[in-house]
Design a protein around this ligand. Structure first.
Ligand code: GDP
Ligand code: MG
Length: 329
């Protein structure tokens, strides 16, 4: 990492949209060293009053569905009017092995725009750690004046829930060329979506994509979006052929219009922060308890009493619960 600056120098650099300084501050956030963490926290506190003004957009969907390619082209439409930051998360490959390179090459044209900043969140952290670093990075980008921030999610498991809680608008990309694909999509993730987009609707696949759109509209008919006035739109697009991307940007804008017209944004963000908070607390409680030596001794004792009788498992589990209650309540 480059030489550390003072807290004031980081703050000033970020507020002046000095990109090298912004990048160094993000590296501090990702650093595991306590001294770096301490500086990062101070910087965050100082820039906090300058945050909150961006449109925060999450792009999710299974690996290979076309998220990065979508962002490459969608981002260019946004960048006509707005300073855009793109944060990508790739916990599967360590940062030095090229997760940055991978996404930067995929978003090559976008990365050449003067008002676009692309950054991969360092991997190798815990789930909560990745999401936390992403949130802090988002705040720094907001303080630097980026008006739209896109987070590309990894598209698997629990990270999705966490990313959903960080953004205002969650766009779910779905590959629309087979019914099986739709079957495989978890209901939970569909319910989190504010906008659903069928990808790779190239000219030759368009008919199939339209068919998927109809199926999706049917599937979500029973969903109730938590914003009363919002009916989840389903659109098709081809990132490679630049088809419908402007339309999707218009839909996205109308979602943000709705949030601001009804002064819902603050409340919307507050509720998400609250779920995030409880999520994190649960994680911390679990981690703490599972590391407690006293608890582990109890656990081992009961584990040794387990036998093949299915009912006994429940009894042992109940004993653990009673033990915990006695300790804590
Ligand atoms: N035909 C076609 N291929 C696409 C389109 N969008 C993405 N792809 C391809 O799908 C593959 C996966 O795309 P990528 O953006 O890396 O997906 P991600 O894993 O969701 O980020 C790549 O080979 C892309 O070129 C599209 O609109 N049409
Ligand atoms: Mg990608």
């Amino acid at each position: 990492m480059a030489k550390r600056l003072t807290v004031e120098a980081y703050v000033e650099g970020i507020l002046n949209k000095n990109i090298p300084v912004l990048s160094q501050a993000i590296s501090l956030i990702e650093s595991k060293k306590t001294e770096d963490q301490n500086i990062a926290q101070e910087v965050l506190l100082k820039i906090f009053p300058f945050t909150g003004k961006s449109k925060r957009i999450g792009i999710t969907g299974s690996p290979g569905v076309g998220k990065s390619t979508f962002i490459e082209h969608f981002g260019q439409i946004i960048a006509h009017q707005h300073a855009l930051a793109v944060l990508t998360i790739d916990p599967s490959s360590p940062i030095s092995k090229g997760s940055i390179l991978g996404d930067k090459t995929r978003m090559y044209e976008l990365s050449q725009k003067h008002n676009v900043y692309i950054r991969s969140t360092a991997s190798g952290n815990s789930l909560g750690g990745v999401a936390e670093a992403t949130y802090d990075t988002l705040l720094l980008c907001e303080a630097a004046g980026f008006e739209v921030i896109i987070i590309e999610s990894v598209g698997v498991g629990q990270t999705e829930t966490l990313i959903h809680q960080l953004v205002d608008c969650f766009i779910l990309l779905i590959l629309g060329n087979s019914g099986d694909e739709l079957q495989g999509i978890k209901k939970g993730i569909m319910e989190m979506a504010d906008i659903i987009v069928v990808t790779k609707a190239d000219k030759k696949n368009r008919q199939l994509a339209i068919q998927s759109k109809v199926e999706l509209l049917n599937a979500i008919k029973l969903f109730h979006h938590s914003l009363n006035h919002w009916k989840i739109p389903v659109e098709i697009c081809s990132a490679l052929e630049n088809y419908n991307l402007d339309k999707i940007w218009n839909i996205t804008r109308s979602f943000f219009d709705l949030l601001s017209q009804h002064q819902l944004l603050e409340h919307w963000r507050y509720n998400k922060r609250k779920s995030w908070f409880y999520h994190e607390i649960e994680r911390i409680v679990l981690q703490t308890v599972m590391k407690s030596p006293q608890f582990l001794i109890q656990l081992k004792k009961l584990e040794n009493q387990l036998d093949n009788h299915p009912k006994l498992h429940f009894e042992e589990i109940q004993k653990i619960q009673q033990w915990l209650q006695k300790k804590l309540l």
